[in-house]
Design a protein around this ligand. Structure first.
Ligand code: ADP
Ligand code: MG
Length: 291
């Protein structure tokens, strides 16, 4: 059967979500991709911190000091985030929402937070302040004003889901990209992989793998000549000030996305040491080369 290429782009989780598939006809492609986008919408409603009525935000309001049962999707992402927080000594940390809000305010005002404000936000952050119960599939937060933030992990997870939905519709030759996160299924017909351009080292071929890029070069606020990136260094509570680009290949999107954010914070050599926890993960961190 002759397969044709179809490509769609819609905005999800604040970025262009691009889906490329090979399908026998347009009708099949449209139906499958529509289902995949519907799944992305549902995940956005669960994980987004921009939506006041997202499950994530409702949990933040309710879970201070008491157990709140959450959806399997939210629990899984929090669980993976917490595991990575433990593996990185908190360099990756989904409880840094209060600090992310300060960063956004700095971007708006062009000013860093004052010391007292920063201190308060730091007291509301820290992975040891979030408890997860697997048997109850529940979350409990230990400090007032805590805010969870899945910006460093949710897009990769969403890409995994999109691929899974396409599979259910009989499509295996697919590529999903959300910003810097890519998940590739089977290769296009007659090819060894999906051709992906990398900024600094040419083209690579991807199939049945995930690739995520994360770094300080695209989103930042400049204050007094210093650039603070949108990735928070939990040790300072402020955005990363170093120039860094982390790239991770891993078996799935949730792993690649979260490891890329973690690797950007950690830098070498600590980032590389994360590979031992994740089979088939390959981590590279570029710093000086970019200058
Ligand atoms: P992008 O979202 O630009 O693709 P990342 O995957 O690296 O890049 O995610 C950055 C986002 O992750 C931030 O916008 C914020 O929501 C969240 N974040 C920031 N710092 C951390 C951190 N130390 N650990 C976990 N998540 C973080
Ligand atoms: Mg990430």
């Amino acid at each position: 059967m002759q397969l044709q290429r179809f490509e769609f782009t819609q905005i999800r989780m604040g970025v262009d979500a691009r889906i490329v598939v090979y399908a026998p006809d347009e009708d099949r492609a449209v139906r499958a991709c529509r289902a995949a986008y519907a799944r992305l919408s549902a995940l956005e409603q669960i994980m987004s911190d921009y939506r006041t009525d997202s499950e994530l935000n409702l949990v933040c309001q309710r879970a201070i000091g008491r157990w709140v049962k959450v959806s399997p999707e939210l629990f899984y992402v929090l669980w993976r985030g917490q595991k990575l927080a433990e593996q990185t000594g908190g360099a990756f940390d989904v409880t840094i929402g209060a600090l992310v809000r300060l960063w956004r305010e700095a971007r708006r005002t062009g000013k860093l937070p004052d010391e007292a404000t920063l201190r308060t936000a730091r007291a509301r952050s820290g992975y040891s302040l979030m408890e997860l119960s697997l048997p109850r599939r529940a979350v409990r937060l230990k400090a007032d004003g805590m805010q969870l933030d899945l910006g460093g992990i949710a897009k990769g997870y969403a890409c995994d889901w999109a691929l899974r939905v396409l599979h259910k519709h009989g499509i295996t030759r697919a590529l999903i990209q959300m910003g810097g996160d890519i998940v590739a299924g089977d290769a296009p017909p007659g090819e060894r992989g999906w051709r992906v351009e990398l900024m600094e080292d040419g083209t690579i071929l991807l199939s049945n793998t995930a690739l995520s890029t994360s770094g300080s070069t695209e989103q930042f606020v400049e204050v007094d000549g210093v650039r603070y990136a949108h990735i928070i260094d939990p040790r300072t509570g402020l955005g990363l000030t170093k120039l860094v680009l982390a790239r991770v290949r891993a078996r799935d999107g949730i792993t690649a996305d979260s490891l890329a954010t973690a690797a950007a914070v950690l830098g070498e050599p600590d980032a590389k040491r994360l590979e031992r926890f994740y089979r088939n993960a390959h981590i590279t961190v570029l710093t000086r080369e970019l200058v």
